[in-house]
Write a protein that binds this ligand. Structure first.
Ligand code: UDP
Ligand code: MG
Length: 323
Protein backbone atom coordinates (compact mmCIF):
# COMPACT_ATOMS: atom_id res chain seq x y z
CA UNK A 1 0.00 0.00 0.00
CA UNK A 2 1.50 3.32 -0.99
CA UNK A 3 -1.31 5.61 0.15
CA UNK A 4 -0.52 8.30 2.69
CA UNK A 5 -1.34 6.51 5.92
CA UNK A 6 -1.63 9.62 8.03
CA UNK A 7 -4.52 10.81 5.88
CA UNK A 8 -6.30 7.62 4.95
CA UNK A 9 -9.33 6.00 6.53
CA UNK A 10 -8.31 2.37 6.30
CA UNK A 11 -10.76 -0.50 6.32
CA UNK A 12 -10.08 -2.31 9.61
CA UNK A 13 -10.95 -5.99 9.99
CA UNK A 14 -10.76 -7.58 13.42
CA UNK A 15 -10.46 -11.36 13.51
CA UNK A 16 -11.46 -13.25 16.65
CA UNK A 17 -10.68 -16.97 17.10
CA UNK A 18 -13.29 -18.39 19.48
CA UNK A 19 -13.55 -21.78 21.15
CA UNK A 20 -16.34 -22.29 23.67
CA UNK A 21 -16.72 -18.57 24.28
CA UNK A 22 -20.53 -18.32 24.36
CA UNK A 23 -20.48 -16.44 27.65
CA UNK A 24 -18.06 -13.77 26.49
CA UNK A 25 -18.34 -13.41 22.74
CA UNK A 26 -21.23 -10.91 22.59
CA UNK A 27 -19.66 -8.39 24.94
CA UNK A 28 -16.26 -8.84 23.28
CA UNK A 29 -17.70 -8.14 19.83
CA UNK A 30 -19.72 -5.16 21.15
CA UNK A 31 -16.64 -3.63 22.81
CA UNK A 32 -14.57 -4.00 19.69
CA UNK A 33 -17.34 -2.71 17.42
CA UNK A 34 -17.80 0.39 19.57
CA UNK A 35 -14.10 1.06 19.45
CA UNK A 36 -13.83 0.52 15.70
CA UNK A 37 -16.77 2.84 15.02
CA UNK A 38 -14.83 5.71 16.60
CA UNK A 39 -11.77 5.02 14.43
CA UNK A 40 -12.97 4.56 10.87
CA UNK A 41 -16.20 4.40 8.89
CA UNK A 42 -14.93 1.20 7.27
CA UNK A 43 -14.61 -1.82 9.52
CA UNK A 44 -15.87 -5.33 10.04
CA UNK A 45 -15.36 -8.26 12.39
CA UNK A 46 -14.76 -11.92 11.57
CA UNK A 47 -15.35 -14.48 14.32
CA UNK A 48 -13.86 -17.88 13.61
CA UNK A 49 -15.71 -20.49 15.62
CA UNK A 50 -13.11 -23.20 16.16
CA UNK A 51 -15.52 -26.11 16.56
CA UNK A 52 -17.02 -24.89 19.83
CA UNK A 53 -19.22 -27.32 21.70
CA UNK A 54 -21.30 -24.55 23.24
CA UNK A 55 -23.56 -21.91 21.67
CA UNK A 56 -20.78 -19.66 20.34
CA UNK A 57 -21.67 -20.13 16.65
CA UNK A 58 -25.41 -19.75 17.22
CA UNK A 59 -24.84 -16.52 19.08
CA UNK A 60 -22.52 -15.03 16.48
CA UNK A 61 -24.78 -16.06 13.59
CA UNK A 62 -27.63 -13.85 14.81
CA UNK A 63 -25.66 -10.84 16.03
CA UNK A 64 -27.34 -7.60 14.86
CA UNK A 65 -26.23 -6.12 11.56
CA UNK A 66 -24.66 -2.98 13.05
CA UNK A 67 -21.99 -5.19 14.62
CA UNK A 68 -20.91 -6.15 11.06
CA UNK A 69 -19.79 -9.57 12.19
CA UNK A 70 -19.18 -12.51 9.87
CA UNK A 71 -19.16 -16.02 11.28
CA UNK A 72 -16.71 -18.59 9.91
CA UNK A 73 -17.42 -21.93 11.53
CA UNK A 74 -14.96 -24.83 11.46
CA UNK A 75 -16.19 -28.40 11.11
CA UNK A 76 -14.34 -29.31 14.32
CA UNK A 77 -11.78 -27.93 16.73
CA UNK A 78 -8.58 -27.32 14.77
CA UNK A 79 -6.77 -25.05 17.23
CA UNK A 80 -6.16 -21.33 17.57
CA UNK A 81 -3.34 -21.22 15.03
CA UNK A 82 -5.70 -22.54 12.38
CA UNK A 83 -8.54 -20.24 13.41
CA UNK A 84 -6.20 -17.28 12.94
CA UNK A 85 -5.10 -18.60 9.54
CA UNK A 86 -8.74 -18.78 8.46
CA UNK A 87 -9.32 -15.29 9.83
CA UNK A 88 -6.49 -13.93 7.68
CA UNK A 89 -8.08 -15.65 4.69
CA UNK A 90 -11.55 -14.20 5.25
CA UNK A 91 -10.62 -10.72 6.46
CA UNK A 92 -10.89 -8.11 3.73
CA UNK A 93 -9.47 -5.05 5.50
CA UNK A 94 -6.47 -2.92 4.59
CA UNK A 95 -5.55 -3.61 8.19
CA UNK A 96 -6.24 -6.84 10.07
CA UNK A 97 -6.17 -7.01 13.88
CA UNK A 98 -6.25 -10.31 15.74
CA UNK A 99 -7.87 -10.38 19.19
CA UNK A 100 -9.00 -13.01 21.70
CA UNK A 101 -12.69 -13.76 22.23
CA UNK A 102 -12.48 -13.81 26.02
CA UNK A 103 -12.08 -10.06 26.43
CA UNK A 104 -8.47 -10.26 27.62
CA UNK A 105 -7.31 -7.97 24.85
CA UNK A 106 -8.36 -4.42 25.56
CA UNK A 107 -9.94 -2.81 22.51
CA UNK A 108 -8.52 0.52 23.71
CA UNK A 109 -5.13 -0.68 22.44
CA UNK A 110 -6.40 -0.62 18.85
CA UNK A 111 -5.94 3.17 18.98
CA UNK A 112 -2.26 2.89 19.84
CA UNK A 113 -1.72 0.20 17.22
CA UNK A 114 -3.31 2.41 14.60
CA UNK A 115 -1.04 5.31 15.60
CA UNK A 116 2.01 3.14 15.01
CA UNK A 117 0.56 2.01 11.69
CA UNK A 118 0.15 5.64 10.65
CA UNK A 119 3.81 6.18 11.54
CA UNK A 120 4.61 3.57 8.89
CA UNK A 121 4.83 0.25 10.71
CA UNK A 122 3.39 -2.79 8.93
CA UNK A 123 3.01 -4.93 12.03
CA UNK A 124 2.30 -3.77 15.57
CA UNK A 125 2.28 -6.47 18.23
CA UNK A 126 1.20 -6.21 21.83
CA UNK A 127 3.84 -7.27 24.36
CA UNK A 128 2.66 -8.65 27.71
CA UNK A 129 3.85 -6.80 30.79
CA UNK A 130 2.45 -9.08 33.49
CA UNK A 131 4.74 -12.09 33.25
CA UNK A 132 5.60 -11.75 36.97
CA UNK A 133 2.23 -13.10 38.08
CA UNK A 134 2.47 -16.26 35.98
CA UNK A 135 3.42 -19.70 37.22
CA UNK A 136 7.03 -20.88 37.37
CA UNK A 137 6.15 -23.48 34.78
CA UNK A 138 5.07 -20.88 32.20
CA UNK A 139 7.94 -18.52 33.03
CA UNK A 140 10.72 -21.09 32.78
CA UNK A 141 9.03 -22.89 29.94
CA UNK A 142 8.93 -19.74 27.85
CA UNK A 143 12.53 -18.93 28.77
CA UNK A 144 13.78 -22.33 27.59
CA UNK A 145 11.59 -22.10 24.50
CA UNK A 146 12.82 -18.67 23.40
CA UNK A 147 16.36 -19.77 24.19
CA UNK A 148 16.15 -22.69 21.76
CA UNK A 149 14.24 -20.72 19.15
CA UNK A 150 16.71 -17.85 18.98
CA UNK A 151 19.86 -19.98 19.09
CA UNK A 152 21.67 -19.21 15.87
CA UNK A 153 18.49 -18.50 13.94
CA UNK A 154 18.09 -15.71 11.45
CA UNK A 155 14.61 -14.72 12.53
CA UNK A 156 14.03 -13.44 16.01
CA UNK A 157 10.70 -13.99 17.67
CA UNK A 158 9.81 -11.13 19.99
CA UNK A 159 9.42 -12.32 23.58
CA UNK A 160 6.05 -12.16 25.30
CA UNK A 161 4.30 -11.11 22.11
CA UNK A 162 1.29 -13.18 21.21
CA UNK A 163 -1.34 -13.13 18.52
CA UNK A 164 -2.78 -9.78 19.62
CA UNK A 165 -1.45 -7.63 16.81
CA UNK A 166 -2.18 -5.33 13.91
CA UNK A 167 -1.09 -6.35 10.43
CA UNK A 168 -1.02 -4.29 7.28
CA UNK A 169 -2.37 -5.85 4.09
CA UNK A 170 1.11 -6.70 2.77
CA UNK A 171 1.84 -8.72 5.94
CA UNK A 172 -1.49 -10.52 5.70
CA UNK A 173 -0.91 -11.42 2.06
CA UNK A 174 2.58 -12.66 2.86
CA UNK A 175 1.25 -14.86 5.68
CA UNK A 176 -1.44 -16.25 3.40
CA UNK A 177 1.27 -17.45 1.03
CA UNK A 178 2.82 -19.71 3.69
CA UNK A 179 1.40 -23.15 2.93
CA UNK A 180 2.58 -25.14 5.92
CA UNK A 181 0.18 -27.37 7.77
CA UNK A 182 2.02 -27.33 11.05
CA UNK A 183 1.24 -23.74 11.77
CA UNK A 184 3.12 -21.86 14.42
CA UNK A 185 1.89 -18.31 14.02
CA UNK A 186 4.46 -16.62 16.27
CA UNK A 187 7.22 -18.00 14.09
CA UNK A 188 5.39 -17.14 10.89
CA UNK A 189 4.82 -13.50 11.88
CA UNK A 190 8.54 -13.18 12.48
CA UNK A 191 9.45 -15.10 9.34
CA UNK A 192 7.59 -12.78 6.94
CA UNK A 193 9.51 -9.80 8.30
CA UNK A 194 8.36 -6.23 7.49
CA UNK A 195 8.68 -3.15 9.65
CA UNK A 196 7.41 -4.21 13.06
CA UNK A 197 7.19 -2.74 16.52
CA UNK A 198 5.90 -3.86 19.92
CA UNK A 199 3.73 -1.87 22.28
CA UNK A 200 3.26 -2.86 25.94
CA UNK A 201 -0.04 -4.06 27.35
CA UNK A 202 -1.39 -5.87 30.37
CA UNK A 203 -3.99 -8.50 29.55
CA UNK A 204 -7.32 -8.02 31.31
CA UNK A 205 -8.64 -10.91 33.37
CA UNK A 206 -10.58 -13.49 31.40
CA UNK A 207 -14.23 -12.43 31.45
CA UNK A 208 -15.53 -16.01 31.81
CA UNK A 209 -14.18 -19.51 32.26
CA UNK A 210 -10.54 -20.57 32.22
CA UNK A 211 -7.78 -20.60 29.63
CA UNK A 212 -8.00 -23.53 27.23
CA UNK A 213 -4.23 -23.69 26.96
CA UNK A 214 -3.21 -26.37 29.41
CA UNK A 215 0.43 -27.13 30.18
CA UNK A 216 0.34 -30.05 27.80
CA UNK A 217 -1.11 -27.91 25.00
CA UNK A 218 1.50 -25.21 25.59
CA UNK A 219 4.25 -27.81 25.46
CA UNK A 220 2.83 -29.21 22.23
CA UNK A 221 2.69 -25.73 20.73
CA UNK A 222 6.28 -25.06 21.78
CA UNK A 223 7.38 -28.35 20.21
CA UNK A 224 5.60 -27.49 16.95
CA UNK A 225 7.35 -24.13 17.06
CA UNK A 226 10.76 -25.64 17.61
CA UNK A 227 10.45 -28.40 15.03
CA UNK A 228 8.96 -26.20 12.34
CA UNK A 229 11.22 -23.20 12.80
CA UNK A 230 14.48 -24.57 14.15
CA UNK A 231 16.97 -27.27 13.24
CA UNK A 232 18.76 -26.87 16.57
CA UNK A 233 17.59 -30.27 17.91
CA UNK A 234 19.07 -31.96 14.84
CA UNK A 235 22.35 -30.08 15.24
CA UNK A 236 22.31 -31.05 18.90
CA UNK A 237 22.08 -34.71 17.86
CA UNK A 238 25.18 -34.36 15.70
CA UNK A 239 27.05 -32.49 18.41
CA UNK A 240 26.27 -35.02 21.14
CA UNK A 241 26.98 -37.92 18.79
CA UNK A 242 30.35 -36.42 17.84
CA UNK A 243 31.29 -35.76 21.43
CA UNK A 244 30.40 -39.27 22.55
CA UNK A 245 32.34 -40.80 19.66
CA UNK A 246 35.37 -38.75 20.65
CA UNK A 247 35.09 -39.84 24.27
CA UNK A 248 34.73 -43.48 23.22
CA UNK A 249 37.82 -43.15 21.02
CA UNK A 250 39.91 -41.67 23.83
CA UNK A 251 38.68 -44.38 26.19
CA UNK A 252 39.54 -47.05 23.62
CA UNK A 253 43.11 -45.79 23.43
CA UNK A 254 43.29 -45.75 27.21
CA UNK A 255 42.15 -49.39 27.35
CA UNK A 256 44.86 -50.42 24.87
CA UNK A 257 47.57 -48.53 26.73
CA UNK A 258 46.39 -49.99 30.01
CA UNK A 259 46.64 -53.49 28.57
CA UNK A 260 50.08 -52.90 27.06
CA UNK A 261 51.83 -51.18 29.94
CA UNK A 262 50.02 -52.17 33.11
CA UNK A 263 48.62 -55.59 32.10
CA UNK A 264 45.45 -54.66 33.88
CA UNK A 265 42.55 -57.03 33.53
CA UNK A 266 39.31 -55.87 31.87
CA UNK A 267 37.13 -54.11 34.45
CA UNK A 268 33.84 -55.74 35.27
CA UNK A 269 30.30 -55.66 33.99
CA UNK A 270 28.95 -52.51 35.59
CA UNK A 271 30.93 -50.20 33.32
CA UNK A 272 29.93 -52.13 30.22
CA UNK A 273 26.28 -52.28 31.09
CA UNK A 274 26.13 -48.65 32.18
CA UNK A 275 27.77 -47.34 29.03
CA UNK A 276 25.66 -49.63 26.85
CA UNK A 277 22.48 -48.31 28.40
CA UNK A 278 23.68 -44.74 28.18
CA UNK A 279 24.51 -44.98 24.50
CA UNK A 280 21.33 -46.78 23.55
CA UNK A 281 19.37 -44.14 25.48
CA UNK A 282 21.08 -41.34 23.58
CA UNK A 283 20.45 -43.13 20.30
CA UNK A 284 16.78 -43.63 21.05
CA UNK A 285 16.43 -39.99 22.05
CA UNK A 286 17.81 -38.73 18.79
CA UNK A 287 15.94 -41.26 16.70
CA UNK A 288 12.87 -39.81 18.40
CA UNK A 289 13.87 -36.30 17.40
CA UNK A 290 14.43 -37.45 13.82
CA UNK A 291 10.99 -39.05 13.96
CA UNK A 292 9.44 -35.73 14.98
CA UNK A 293 10.84 -34.05 11.92
CA UNK A 294 9.76 -36.90 9.69
CA UNK A 295 6.27 -36.64 11.16
CA UNK A 296 6.22 -32.96 10.18
CA UNK A 297 7.34 -33.86 6.65
CA UNK A 298 4.66 -36.53 6.50
CA UNK A 299 1.99 -34.03 7.50
CA UNK A 300 3.09 -31.63 4.79
CA UNK A 301 3.37 -34.31 2.13
CA UNK A 302 -0.17 -35.54 2.68
CA UNK A 303 -1.29 -32.19 1.34
CA UNK A 304 -4.51 -32.08 3.29
CA UNK A 305 -6.34 -28.80 3.66
CA UNK A 306 -5.16 -26.90 6.71
CA UNK A 307 -8.67 -26.61 8.16
CA UNK A 308 -12.25 -27.20 7.04
CA UNK A 309 -14.85 -24.46 7.02
CA UNK A 310 -18.37 -25.80 7.56
CA UNK A 311 -20.25 -22.52 7.34
CA UNK A 312 -19.80 -18.85 6.54
CA UNK A 313 -22.57 -16.54 7.75
CA UNK A 314 -22.43 -12.87 6.72
CA UNK A 315 -24.12 -10.22 8.91
CA UNK A 316 -27.92 -10.46 9.16
CA UNK A 317 -29.94 -7.73 7.45
CA UNK A 318 -31.20 -5.14 9.93
CA UNK A 319 -34.53 -6.11 11.48
CA UNK A 320 -36.92 -3.34 12.47
CA UNK A 321 -38.40 -5.42 15.32
CA UNK A 322 -35.11 -5.26 17.20
CA UNK A 323 -34.83 -1.99 19.09
N1 UDP B 1 -9.02 -20.64 21.02
C1 UDP B 1 -9.32 -21.21 19.79
N2 UDP B 1 -9.14 -22.57 19.62
C2 UDP B 1 -8.68 -23.36 20.62
C3 UDP B 1 -8.35 -22.76 21.86
C4 UDP B 1 -8.52 -21.40 22.03
O1 UDP B 1 -9.74 -20.51 18.86
O2 UDP B 1 -8.57 -24.58 20.41
C5 UDP B 1 -9.22 -19.17 21.23
C6 UDP B 1 -10.00 -18.80 22.47
O3 UDP B 1 -11.39 -18.81 22.23
C7 UDP B 1 -9.50 -17.40 22.75
C8 UDP B 1 -8.04 -17.47 22.29
O4 UDP B 1 -7.96 -18.59 21.42
O5 UDP B 1 -10.17 -16.42 21.97
C9 UDP B 1 -7.09 -17.60 23.46
O6 UDP B 1 -7.42 -18.75 24.23
P1 UDP B 1 -7.38 -18.74 25.81
O7 UDP B 1 -8.01 -17.51 26.36
O8 UDP B 1 -7.98 -20.04 26.23
O9 UDP B 1 -5.82 -18.78 26.10
P2 UDP B 1 -4.84 -17.71 26.80
O10 UDP B 1 -5.62 -16.46 27.09
O11 UDP B 1 -4.35 -18.40 27.99
O12 UDP B 1 -3.78 -17.48 25.76
MG1 MG C 1 -7.46 -15.84 27.14
Amino acid sequence: MTTDRSQSNPHISVIIPAYNEAAAITSTVENIANQLATLSPHWDIVVIDDGSRDQTADIVRVLPAYLRTTLVRFSRNFGKEYAISAGLEYASGDIVICMDADGQHSSALINDMLDKWREGYDMVYAVRQDRKVESHFKLWGSRVFYGIMTLGERISIPRDAGDFRLMNRNVVDALRKLPERNRFMKGMYAWVGYKSIGIPYTPLPRSHGVSTFSRLKLMQLAWTGITSFSVIPLRLASAVGGLLALLAFVYGIWVILEKMFFHESIPGWPTVVASLMFFSGVQLLFIGILGEYIARIYDEVKGRPTYIVAEVAIPQPEEPSQA
